[in-house]
Design a protein around this ligand. Structure first.
Ligand SMILES: [Zn+2]
Length: 320
């Protein structure tokens, strides 16, 4: 574990003996599983019951291969959660971009202004790389292309000097994946029986399943906040960036069997009861601005309002 104390030079996490797959996201697959299994202190027991009583599959499939992005789901027949390698790459890239843009464009200039000195010098290079990586993420929705780990930020191979811009997003990424897995887990233990029974379900029924899956997933994760709260921020941010990553597939938020994406985002944030000055509001604004720019949605932005006010104002604009 020498890399933990490494200050300079390249960090390379790849170990062909333990990491499957061809995309640099492979180095985090084990971490995803470990984080999910330990969602909260009693979750290993809940999982054991879900395996025994609900027939939840004991394994999670990762679909490897050079394919364009396909979202996660749970197989109805064998109650097995399926994640796709390209989707996981997409998710990490989106999270890295949102986080780095937030830190370098919003947070650090704010600190410089507040303290009246240049605590953080301008860092155009990493900002440009983050914006470029966001373009790469979006391109994966359309077609697969290789993630260049020598030139683009990634979790497998990076400079120790830049580790914060990689390892912080790693924390949010594993929480975002945990949110997705807890969501699918809820479908597995609560909804698939009804779907399997062959009874007719109205579309509003599906939407209620989805609401319950989001809300139970958040409850499960909040149960896992340590008494010293050290993991609370990554959990809160992870859930929000996980939901933000769903916006970039199209210019509208309508879905047949899911609630509108902006409703899922608002419901999640409100369920977590975040204070007015929480980072999540600003992070959500960065995510929504990227979506605005992607599709030329022409939202009205203002600096007169607090981040929270601006957030709700944008939600209103999305609804109009
Ligand atoms: Zn779902």
């Amino acid at each position: 574990m020498n890399w933990i104390f490494q200050n300079t030079g390249l960090i390379n996490h790849y170990n062909p003996k333990i990491h499957s797959g061809n995309q640099p996201i492979r180095v985090l697959h084990h971490m995803n599983l470990w984080m999910f299994q330990n969602t909260h202190p009693n979750f290993p027991n809940e999982l054991a019951i879900a395996f025994d009583k609900n027939g939840l599959s004991k394994t999670i499939d990762i679909v490897f291969g050079e394919n364009k992005v396909q979202g996660p789901f749970i197989r109805v027949q064998n109650k097995r959660i399926v994640l796709q390698e390209s989707f996981l790459s997409y998710l990490w890239c989106v999270i890295h971009s949102i986080y780095v843009i937030y830190i370098l464009k919003i947070e650090q200039p704010k600190i410089n202004q507040r303290t009246g000195k240049e605590v953080y010098p301008k860092n155009e290079e990493d900002l440009e790389k983050a914006e470029e990586l966001f373009n790469y993420a979006k391109s994966l929705i359309v077609a697969y292309s290789e993630w260049n780990k020598n030139s683009q930020p990634n979790p497998e191979l990076y400079l120790a000097q830049k580790r914060d811009l990689i390892e912080q997003p790693n924390c949010f990424y594993t929480e975002a994946v945990k949110f997705i897995l807890c969501h699918e887990y809820t479908h597995g233990i609560k909804h698939l029986e009804i779907l399997n029974s062959g009874s007719e379900i109205e579309l509003s029924g599906y939407i209620n399943f989805e609401r319950e899956a989001d809300s139970d997933a958040i409850d499960l994760m909040l149960k896992g906040v340590f008494p010293n709260k050290i993991n609370e921020l990554p959990i809160q941010i992870g859930i929000v960036v996980g939901l933000l990553s769903m916006f970039y597939f199209k210019a509208t938020t309508d879905a047949k069997k899911h609630p509108k994406t902006e409703d899922r985002l608002v419901d999640a944030i409100e369920q977590m009861e975040l204070p007015d000055n929480h980072d999540v509001w600003g992070i959500a604004l960065v995510g929504l601005r990227l979506w605005d720019e992607q599709f030329g949605l022409d939202f009205k932005w203002t600096i007169e309002k607090t981040d929270k006010e601006q957030f709700y104002d944008l939600i209103k604009q999305i609804k109009e």
